[in-house]
Design a protein around this ligand. Structure first.
Ligand code: ACO
Length: 330
């Protein structure tokens, strides 16, 4: 891939309110032990009543603009990855652009669920291929706790809210990391494995009450199986087409859905656990925000240095999945 796609910053925002596993035992028939053993999750953050994906995204975007040291007037595109938008229309990207960009810009949302960060990297590199002078504000913002059925113990223990933004440019000056290559995939035949249904054009007539389909539903076991298989396959394909082996990768940063999935992917790729980054214990699954949140945290812990190669991989509702290689510079 010869297109220059450079990430100049990471800005993160995580809502203050924390729900521990202990808190969940008061809502559903579960235990800290079950959640930790099956998922590795210990706590997650939940947005406040007045917040939504765009308000989380705006805070992350402000932080990323500040960290990149750019003038918001220079932004040409706003792209948001989210599966929990505030509305069907307007898009979260339009709302964020309206708050932060003084001039009109191209703005749109990507719906690739937990693979949103990787789809976003691919789309940003395509924008830069056509318009190399673009400066893109790319935000992953999720408010999944709004669409959880808090009576369903098989899903409500898994997810949390967060937003992460990056300024992306074709110019490598000051870049934190560069996109080397990316693959995005989907298989709509598996569309029923994870759904967040109602509230779209399909289900409701005016005046209908909201039903159970409005909330996230998941076939956990099958999702697990597909997740491991597809993430391993796509990582192997990406490495092979770049003439790389797993030992060339300094850090694997998988989608933070579940510790057991992360361990299974690491083990099948034959990468040592010390080179697999995880923070799922503290945030749960934050969907599109999960990989950039992990990258930002790994970087703040000094784990990503100049010259290091990072492999990221994700899967999500759709089903969607993908992988990307990032060269870190600082
Ligand atoms: N506490 C206690 N028991 C529970 C809980 C809970 N929170 N949830 C389920 N159980 C019970 C089940 O009812 C079942 O009981 P039974 O044997 O009496 O019927 C038992 O635990 C085993 O249930 P399984 O679903 O088979 O448990 P499993 O080991 O598969 O773990 C899990 C469930 C954690 C959901 C796992 O399947 C998983 O991680 N799947 C992938 C999910 C995922 O990562 N999705 C991300 C994509 S989401 C997106 O893209 C927006």
């Amino acid at each position: 891939m010869s297109i220059s796609c450079q990430l100049l910053s990471f800005g993160t925002y995580v809502p203050e309110s924390v729900i521990t596993n202990e808190d969940l035992t008061a809502m559903v028939d579960t235990s800290d032990q079950w959640i930790v053993e099956r998922t590795g999750i210990r706590k997650r953050h939940r947005l406040g009543n007045a917040q939504n994906a765009s308000t989380l995204g705006i805070e992350a975007a402000k932080a990323s603009i500040k960290a990149a040291g750019i003038d918001p007037a220079s932004i040409t595109h706003v792209v948001t990855a989210t599966c929990t938008p505030d509305h069907l229309s307007p898009s979260v990207a339009c709302i964020i652009a309206g708050q932060l960009c003084p001039e009109p810009v191209m703005a749109f949302d990507i719906g690739a669920a937990c693979t949103g960060f990787i789809y976003g990297l691919s789309i940003c590199s395509s924008i830069l291929a056509g318009e190399p002078d673009s400066r893109i504000l790319f935000i992953c913002a999720e408010a999944l706790t709004r669409r959880l059925n808090w009576k369903d113990r098989s899903t409500c223990v898994l997810f949390g809210d967060a937003a992460v933004a990056s300024v992306i440019s074709g110019n490598p000056d000051g870049a934190i990391c560069s996109l080397r290559d990316v693959i995005c995939m989907s298989d709509g035949r598996q569309k029923d494995l994870i759904t967040v249904g109602g509230g779209t054009s399909c289900q409701y007539q005016y005046g209908d009450p909201v039903g159970a389909d409005f909330f996230l539903a998941m076939q956990g076991r099958d999702t697990y199986r597909h997740a491991v298989r597809q993430m391993v396959n796509v990582c192997e394909t990406l490495l092979r087409r770049n003439n790389l082996g797993i030992n060339d990768v300094n850090l694997l940063v998988p989608h933070q859905a579940n510790m057991r999935i992360i361990e299974a992917v690491g083990s099948r790729l034959q990468i040592d656990g010390s080179r697999v980054f995880t923070n799922v214990a503290n945030y749960g699954n934050t969907s599109a925000a999960s990989i950039p949140l992990a990258l930002a945290e790994a970087r703040s812990q000094g784990l990503l240095r100049n010259g290091e190669l990072v492999l990221v991989t994700a899967f999500g509702a759709g089903l969607t999945w993908g992988a990307a290689l990032l060269d870190f510079h600082k």
